[in-house]
Design a protein around this ligand. Structure first.
Ligand code: IFM
Length: 469
């Protein structure tokens, strides 16, 4: 996802966050925080790792704000033990991280790089030693550049290479990792990567983007099959969803909302959970019911049953019929309420809406919020603290939304805050901070923010509500 920096509006007023009753979450609810490999690891040329599409993209002038790259990031590759201590110190039961494909299958030629897997071995052992359950994401956007040069996600061959990655990762880690997320936000990989070009690899070809989306989903389905051989594996996928609100009831605006909801939400939910692509979106895209990239049996593979569906939620959007070039006749309106520092609206009701909508429209697949968070202009003050009341408020209001969804019958099983650490925010570089923990990029000093301490207290209160006085 990309962000636009804006001036802080006057209604960005910090208030003490109360949050929901911790006891309103089920006893076995999973509390965690999430990160992704390229955003935190650094060490891009160590132990046999080859460049990913994000190394190549970030090295291209003008692609990433300030010319930032992930070359060092949070230096997590070397400081993982300290970061695991931070997770444990927050009292979190789970940590979601992703595996860097170019560390594990650097040349995508069938060879597995043991040294690259060694890093995740160490990380997983460190987590388990502290009682933290590892949740591993197989793909969070760092495709090996060598694969992009062979066609990238628009090429069906990339699906087979992803199966190799999945098998290699599971062979090494499957005795200790039991929670697997195949892909993170395939919409971003496909449409930001291949249509708008705002993300790596930076292509602008709508047809390639639609083919990429299909191959990502197929790669997911095939990875599910590989992981299913392990009876202990809990398998899901993380999709980025948001409610799309029409400006008003005029037919053009209702249709604009339908189109965006179709492309953003249903284009992924329908094949994953219903085994079909939405007919109206196929029509919007000018595609027949059997596009060239769709082969017999693909949808059955894509819709293999999931143990959970991961939802990444940040904000919701209001749209109206418009005529901007490239907008598919749809205009996104500026959010009206409070804005985070990157210009995204703070819309907690949108989270409750999307959770209840999935349960209503797709049945009772267990849900996990695998990302939720907000960016603010955090700084370490003279006392050495980061007083990020706005992030605390965001967390509290979104947990409240989760609590309401649970009360309404949504089978929500867990929540992962995005992110554990400030990190490389893709095309926004290091200018946008999402962490519960502040990172001083010059010194790599970590400082747990007030929001991190609030979240830790909330999780502790939840534990106490189960155990009783
Ligand atoms: O930082 C990203 C993450 O990598 C994917 N989901 C959205 C986050 C905030 O933009």
């Amino acid at each position: 996802m990309t962000a636009t920096k804006r001036a802080a509006p006057p209604d960005r007023v910090a208030r003490a966050a109360a949050g929901p009753d911790p006891g309103s979450f089920p006893a076995d609810f999973v509390w965690g925080a999430a990160t992704a490999s390229y955003q935190i690891e650094g060490a891009v040329a160590e132990d046999g790792r080859t460049p990913s599409i994000w190394d190549a993209f970030a090295a291209t002038p003008g692609r990433v704000r300030g010319g930032d790259t992930g070359a060092v990031a949070c230096d997590h590759y070397h400081r993982y033990a300290e970061d695991v201590d931070l997770v444990a110190g927050l009292g979190l039961g789970a940590y979601r991280f992703s595996l860097a494909w170019p560390r594990i299958c650097p040349d995508s030629d069938g060879r597995v790089n043991a040294a690259g897997l060694d890093f995740y071995d160490r990380l997983v052992d460190a987590l388990l030693a502290q009682g933290v359950t590892p949740w591993a994401t197989l793909y969070h956007w760092d495709l090996p550049q060598v694969l992009e040069e062979r066609g990238g996600w628009p090429s069906r061959d990339t699906v087979d290479r992803f199966v190799e990655l999945t098998a290699a990762a599971h062979d090494r880690l499957g005795d200790r990792v039991h929670h697997w997320i195949t892909l993170n936000e395939p919409w971003c990989s496909a449409f930001l990567g291949y249509a708008s070009g705002l993300h790596a690899p930076g292509r602008t070809d709508g047809d390639a983007a639609v083919a990429a989306a299909h191959h990502l989903l197929l790669a997911h389905g095939r990875a599910v099959e590989v992981l299913r051989a392990d009876p202990q594996a809990q398998v899901g996928i993380s999709v980025n969803l948001y409610p799309v609100v029409p400006l008003d009831d005029r037919p053009g605006n209702l249709d604009a909302a339908r189109r965006i909801d179709g492309l953003q939400n249903r284009w992924f939910l329908d094949p994953l959970l219903l085994g079909s692509y939405p007919a109206d979106v196929l029509e919007d895209l000018g595609l027949s019911a059997s596009p060239a990239w769709l082969r017999d049996g693909d949808l059955a593979e894509i819709s293999r049953p999931l143990d959970f569906l991961g939802i990444n939620y940040y904000t919701r959007h209001t749209v109206r019929s418009g005529a901007y070039p490239g907008s598919a006749g749809v205009e996104f309106l500026d959010p009206r309420g409070p804005l985070a520092a990157n210009g995204w609206g703070v819309e907690p009701d949108g989270l409750a809406d999307i959770l209840t909508r999935i349960t209503r429209d797709y049945g009772d697949v267990p849900l996990v919020v695998t990302e939720n968070g907000s960016a603010w202009d955090d700084a370490v003050d003279a006392a050495g603290a980061v007083e990020d009341a706005e992030r605390t408020d965001y967390l509290a209001s979104h947990l409240e939304a989760c609590s309401r969804a649970i009360a309404a019958g949504v089978p929500l099983r867990g929540y992962f805050a995005w992110s554990l650490l400030d990190n490389f925010e893709w095309a926004e570089g290091y200018a946008v901070r999402f962490g519960l923990v502040h990172v001083d990029y010059a010194t790599q000093k970590r400082t747990t923010k007030a929001s991190g301490r609030w979240y830790a207290r909330f999780v502790e209160d939840h534990r106490a509500s189960i155990l009783g006085p």
